[in-house]
Design a binder for this molecule. Structure first.
Ligand SMILES: Cc1ncc(C[n+]2csc(CCOP(=O)(O)OP(=O)(O)O)c2C)c(N)n1
Ligand SMILES: [Mg+2]
Length: 386
């Protein structure tokens, strides 16, 4: 059997609620009120997120984006966790967290500039309570612990609705990074209200999780003296139940908690990667049977909670979102060369102003209007349109 599947089948500690066939059971430690509206809305979120993720991939292939980082297969792990956050909670993502962005109310079009290479994301992290994407592996975990220590010092913990906590997202590979270890040591030592949410998607680019650890990742939590939970990351209900529990522990002063969402990266690491060079198609095929969206659909259908009209409506809404996403991407204007100087500091320095002037003068020295600073942008855009 495939290594990752062997581990999930053999894991006695795995928290799950919804089987791949769509059969629901409650977990004694993580009760969740499962209403039809809840399941339908989780289904809708996962379908919409998957749809714009696929559009992102296509846009990269068509030359509209420099890169796309697919989340295919991780929809349940992200929607389950994202939906457990309240508006006052803070989230620190890595670079694959399009589903968390969705749950924080960040419009998917706001992600596009990052992958087109024209901005760092256009949402306001303070307003959305969703920090910037972080490409530096593990860095956001330290940032999250710092923020959570601040929440504690600010006295915003408690058992009322206004209480808040932090969740941070990272991969299986990131657990080998010093930053993540340091963050867990600090978080535990200061009882920081932070949930360490590790999406174990079995791969760190071409490196399998077996090369990252000798023990299951959730078991590492014991070494920091914090609870570690392994949840079926393809089971959106279990991810939600466990995440809600963990966030409540943190909000009421019992943090930190570590969650390992056991899932699978169905697509390439990024559009620059070719997974057929390092993993067998059999493995991906086997995980396809554990698809996070299909099991929710099976649950809704087998219990007569949703019919074909409902599923068609969700699909139509997803297609509309993808069309809006595509249109926004294609219409994005390329910034001029002065842009690289404008986002270095909150306030421009004289030194940068001098560098900018010198650089623009240098570009203007070119005879070719494609290169000169003032005309290069217009020229490039005209070229792109033709
Ligand atoms: C500090 C640092 N080292 C190396 C890299 C290159 N890098 C980008 S993604 C990646 C693998 C990350 O794997 P994992 O943590 O499992 O997350 P996943 O991509 O699977 O979601 C590496 C090594 C980086 N971005 N930052
Ligand atoms: Mg990984």
């Amino acid at each position: 059997m495939i290594a990752g599947l062997r581990a999930i089948n053999a894991s006695p500690n795995l928290v799950s609620m919804l089987s791949p066939e769509g059969v629901l059971s409650q977990h004694p430690d993580f009760p969740l009120e499962v209403t039809t509206d809840l399941v339908k809305s989780l289904y809708r979120d996962m379908c919409l997120v998957r749809r714009f993720d696929r559009e992102g991939n296509a846009l990269q292939r068509q030359g509209q984006l420099g890169l796309w980082v697919p989340l295919l297969g991780q929809e349940a792990a992200q929607i389950g966790a994202g939906r457990a956050l309240r508006s006052a909670d803070m989230a620190f993502p890595s670079y694959r967290e399009h589903g968390i962005a969705w749950c924080r109310g960040v419009d998917p079009t706001e992600l596009l500039g990052i992958f087109r290479g024209i901005d760092f994301g256009t949402w306001n992290p303070a307003e959305k309570k969703f920090n910037n994407y972080c490409i530096v592996i593990g860095n956001q975990v330290l940032n999250a612990v710092g923020y959570a220590m601040g929440q504690k010092l600010d006295g915003v913990l408690g058992d009322d609705d206004a209480a808040e906590a932090t969740m941070t997202f990272f991969g299986d590979g990131a657990t080998s990074q010093g930053d993540v270890h340091e963050a867990m040591v600090f978080g535990a030592a200061f009882n920081a209200p932070v949930v360490f949410y590790c999406q174990n998607n079995q791969w760190a680019i071409s490196e399998p999780v077996e090369k990252q650890t000798r023990v299951p990742l959730f078991a590492r939590a014991a070494a920091y003296g914090i609870p570690g939970i392994r949840v079926d990351g393809n089971d959106v209900l279990a991810c939600l139940a466990v995440s809600e529990w963990a966030m409540n522990e943190c909000r009421t002063g019992n943090g930190p908690v570590m969650i390992e969402a056991f899932t699978y990266r169905m697509d390439a690491h990024t559009t620059s990667d070719d997974p057929s060079r390092y993993r067998l198609a059999d493995e991906t095929q086997a995980w396809k049977l554990l698809d996070p969206i299909e099991r929710v659909k099976a649950y809704l259908a087998r219990n007569g909670l949703a019919d074909a009209t409902y599923f068609d409506e969700v699909q139509a809404e997803a297609d509309e979102l993808a069309a809006r996403f595509r249109k926004h991407c294609i219409e994005l204007e390329s910034p001029g060369p002065e842009r690289i100087f404008s986002k270095v500091y909150a306030e421009q320095t004289q030194q940068l102003r001098d560098q900018e002037a010198a650089y623009l003068e240098y570009l203007d020295g070119f005879v070719d209007p494609e290169i000169s600073s003032t005309e290069s942008v217009a020229g490039a855009q005209a070229g792109a349109r033709s």
